[in-house]
Design a protein. Structure first.
Ligand code: PHE
Length: 374
């Protein structure tokens, strides 16, 4: 009898000590299971009462039940205390001082491609060019056929074209335009006086003088190629247009763009939609590891150009005996890299805010011919 009582006292002080020492809810729950769970020490005592004689039970019963009640209460109280402490700690850590000024926000900036596009448009607008746009998703006709690419000509594949799945009914394969040249076609087609969307170039009859900034796509990626890039197309159609006009326009543009005299040369080239065709190189210096435009004796290819092919004029309903024209197409991002010294084209579209903060432009620095370009 006395032994049993000693056991109960020991057990109770042991459990009380453990309850007091439980530093979190998980530790406390472990104590509860050890004492009151199915296999628990207090549960075992309660179960054991059935085996006692009625006299023993009269003495032991209240002792054991008392123990169980006190342990249960102690656990509940400890639990409440732990929960309160946890809440206090959380409130402390999540405290907000509403009287503090807001944290500094990273200012937004204009992407270099957009800035360069605006600079280019400002130069051409001053020369009397309009700005036109066209859809990114094109059809074979506008991207290739009307531009005098022969059917099944390898040039179609050479452009690393992204094709869509063929239309289940018509079998037509749409594509992501590989260049901005389809907008030449959309503009020259005078019959297309009601374009499919308000921002798509409406057809007009000559004289035509337009530039077309926009996104273009080719399946290609390295330091100087990204699958999406930007081009600016130029098209001039009028009576008596010749290579001299083309040369003057591009040489004037490039010297204005790089803000200084930049040597240029024209090399014969081939495009299906121009005849003759040329590539224009600008003077540069590669000796110091980076490319410096307007100095040195190296050359860098920056654009394709030529006189609009008579077949293209005919495909668009313009009589080549009456009108002639020139066209050019250049990479906007690449010109930006050259002008502002960015080493890798892929960085331009990586959306790294540190890069954007470094190379981005203030929205207040909008380029105009009057206020300066950069
Ligand atoms: N569309 C050509 C290209 O992307 C560039 C070009 C445009 C060439 C206009 C001549 C005339 O490579």
């Amino acid at each position: 009898m006395t032994g049993q009582m000693t056991d109960l006292t020991t057990l109770e002080s042991e459990l009380s000590a453990r309850i007091a020492a439980a530093s979190d809810l998980a530790a406390l729950d472990a104590v509860r299971i050890d004492a009151l769970g199915k296999q628990g020490s207090v549960s075992a005592l309660l179960k054991g009462m059935g085996a006692l004689s009625p006299d023993e039970r009269r003495v032991q019963g209240p002792l054991i039940n008392g123990l169980r009640d006190r342990v249960t209460t102690a656990i509940a109280e400890r639990k409440a205390a732990l929960e309160t402490a946890e809440l206090d700690a959380r409130l402390q850590s999540e405290r907000v001082d509403l009287t503090l000024p807001p944290p500094p926000r990273r200012a937004g900036s204009v992407h270099p491609t957009m800035q360069v596009m605006d600079e280019m448009v400002a130069i051409f607008a001053e020369m009397g060019f309009d700005v036109k746009e066209g859809p990114d998703i094109e059809d074979d006709f506008h991207n290739f056929t009307a531009l005098n690419f022969p059917p099944r000509h390898p040039a179609r594949e050479m452009h690393d074209t992204f094709f869509f799945k063929p239309d289940p009914v018509t079998g037509e394969r749409k594509l992501l335009r590989t260049h901005t040249s389809p907008v030449q076609v959309r503009t020259m087609q005078a019959t297309n006086s009601r374009p499919p969307a308000p921002w798509i170039a409406a057809g007009q009859s000559p004289p035509i003088r337009i530039v077309v900034p926009g996104r273009t796509y080719r399946c290609d990626s390295d330091q100087t190629h990204t699958p999406m890039f930007h081009q600016m197309e130029g098209l001039v159609i009028d009576k008596g247009i010749h290579m001299g006009h083309l040369k003057w326009t591009l040489e004037t543009f490039i010297s204005r763009f790089f803000e200084g005299q930049v040597g240029a040369r024209f090399r014969p080239h081939h495009f299906p939609f121009t005849e003759p065709s040329a590539e224009m190189d600008i003077q540069c210096d590669r000796s110091g590891g980076e490319v410096k435009v307007g100095q040195g004796s190296d050359w860098l290819e920056i654009l394709g150009c030529g006189m609009v092919h008579p077949n293209v004029l005919r495909n668009c309903g313009i009589d080549p005996n009456e009108y002639q024209g020139f066209a050019f197409g250049m990479g906007i991002d690449r010109l930006g890299m050259l002008k502002y010294g960015m080493p890798d084209l892929r960085d331009m579209f990586a959306s790294d805010t540190r890069w954007l903060a470094h190379y981005g432009f203030s929205p207040f620095a909008a380029p105009t011919a009057a206020s300066g370009l950069s």
